[in-house]
Design a protein around this ligand. Structure first.
Ligand SMILES: *[C@@H]1O[C@H](CO)[C@@H](O)[C@H](O)[C@H]1NC(C)=O
Ligand SMILES: *[C@@H]1O[C@H](CO)[C@@H](O)[C@H](O)[C@H]1NC(C)=O
Length: 462
């Protein structure tokens, strides 16, 4: 009996090992995703730029009083710099880095992970031109979308839009506060002055968000069509919770809990993305307080997602046709966070691995540019569609059939439809859009999966 049990255990261990070996190289995927962010950089590039087809661009980006707004990231395949999603991207990247630093380190990517986060934070600090004034967009979508080409060749006017006391935006200011609070934690012990600077901006931005309530797209009108925010209660709570995590000051926890009640955030959401952060709020509060109310909410969201959310025939969670994979990666990431507080760890880790592995090849091919089998060759991305300079680049590259001229390593495309059907065609942005926001939860989930692999390796050693 004992012997056969032992044999079974060994057989299972061997089987487990074989399954492990067939896994994708998450370290490689982390490395590539960071290259995608590097390709999205705006402004003056540093000497160590690793993207050979990118150079300095948009060096004249200025605020309404001439403030320097160079830097930051282009939002997608176009060239608007868009504060709301750049901030939510940064919060998710910072959360993943904080939780799974060992994954970045073991992949040799810690330096690049920090650089990717700092590139955004530096820009938010520039945009925060006075305590209650924050630029939230540079570039006009209509003007920008008349252009297809390289960012280095941009020559249209790029107006800058802001929120202030008369035109508040609690969502934008709140999300930027959350991002900078998370970044301050990332840089604690790495660069303490920078960490303190980020925290100070985060506190001011949260006060602004909290004192002057409003929706940012009423101040920045062009944003409504692209990145609407339908509520700001989630961002206010999110910002206060992140500030509590960064400072340990109970006043922020009190405010987070107050907002949570007032804005009725305990209801189970259906998704987790830039316009609906409730699931992230619930899980972060569960981590910070271990209170049953938040633990139960976190479990309700993840159990719903794993057990009842709509799926494609091949098992991808299907929440929306725009950013199908981003939605799945985001829920994979927050449920890994729920696993970290001890809620159904095995169930949520298996779920996250299944979702991410679908994106890396289990769904029939890879949805990450430059990785694995049959990856997307025509992402909807102007800069990478261009030939190398000095050849000209314009709309002919948009309409040209065939792969983009440059490989946009690491970009996760929008993804398949509800039947796992996908078309790799540049014009079809429903399938092939790439954005800052699509990669963020994905990169952090991949770091999480690598973290659990490393834990398992260490456990097996002891
Ligand atoms: C995974 O990718 C990393 C980074 O490219 C590489 O150094 C490593 O050797 C790869 N691991 C395996 C098992 O192939
Ligand atoms: C911008 O570039 C386009 C294409 O090269 C050119 O036709 C146009 O005149 C330029 N506009 C300005 C304002 O320089």
């Amino acid at each position: 009996m004992a012997n056969s049990m032992l044999a079974l255990v060994i057989a299972l261990a061997v089987l487990g090992h074989a399954v492990q070996a067939a896994d994708y190289n998450y370290s490689k995927v982390l490395e590539l995703s960071l290259l995608f962010y590097e390709a999205q950089r705006s402004g003056k590039l540093p000497e160590d730029n690793r993207i050979p087809w990118r150079g300095d661009s948009a060096l004249d980006d200025r605020g309404q009083r001439g403030e320097d707004l160079t830097g930051g990231y282009y939002d997608a395949g176009d060239f608007v710099k868009f504060g709301f999603t750049m901030a939510s991207t940064t919060t998710l990247l910072a959360w993943g880095y904080l939780s799974y630093k060992d994954a970045y380190e073991s992949a040799g990517q810690a330096k690049y992970g920090l650089a990717a986060i700092k590139w955004a934070a530096d820009y938010f600090i520039k945009c925060h031109v006075s305590p209650m004034e924050l630029y939230g967009q540079v570039g006009d979508f209509t003007l920008d979308h008349k252009f297809w080409g390289r960012p280095e060749d941009l020559n249209m006017s790029r107006p800058a839009y802001k929120i202030d006391v008369q035109h508040p935006g609690s969502d934008l200011a709140g999300e930027t506060a959350a991002a900078l609070a998370a970044v301050s934690l990332v840089f604690k012990g790495v660069d303490n002055d920078y960490s303190a600077k980020c925290l100070q901006h985060a506190k001011q931005l949260y006060s602004f968000a909290n004192q002057y309530r409003g929706l940012y797209h009423e101040a920045i009108k062009g944003a409504a069509q692209f990145y609407e925010s339908t509520d700001y209660g989630d961002e206010l709570t999110w910002a206060a919770a992140w500030l509590y995590k960064a400072t340990g000051e109970s006043q922020y926890l009190d405010e987070a809990e107050h907002h949570y009640m007032k804005f009725r955030l305990k209801e189970r959401p259906n998704e987790f993305f830039y316009n609906k952060k409730v699931a992230g709020v619930q899980i972060l509060l569960a981590q910070l307080t271990k209170q049953p109310e938040y633990m139960d909410a976190a479990q309700a969201f993840c159990d719903f997602t794993v057990d009842y959310q709509k799926r494609t025939p091949k098992g991808l969670v299907y929440i929306d046709k725009y950013g199908t994979l981003c939605h799945a990666a985001n829920v994979a990431f927050v449920c890994l966070q729920a696993a970290d507080v001890g809620i159904s760890p095995k169930k949520y880790q298996d779920f996250a691995r299944q979702q991410i592995n679908y994106m890396l090849g289990d769904g029939g091919h890879s949805y990450v540019v430059g990785f694995g089998k049959n990856y997307p060759k025509q992402p909807h991305h102007a800069a990478s569609s261009c030939p190398l300079q000095p050849a000209s680049c314009g709309w002919e590259e948009f309409y040209r059939q065939g792969p983009n001229k440059q490989i946009l390593y690491g970009a996760l495309v929008s993804g398949p439809d509800e039947n796992d059907h996908y078309r790799d065609v540049r014009e079809e942005y429903v399938y092939n859009e790439v954005t800052l926001d699509y990669n963020a939860g994905f990169q952090s989930a991949v770091a999480g999966l690598r973290h659990f692999q490393l834990q398992e390796i260490n456990y097996n050693k002891t």
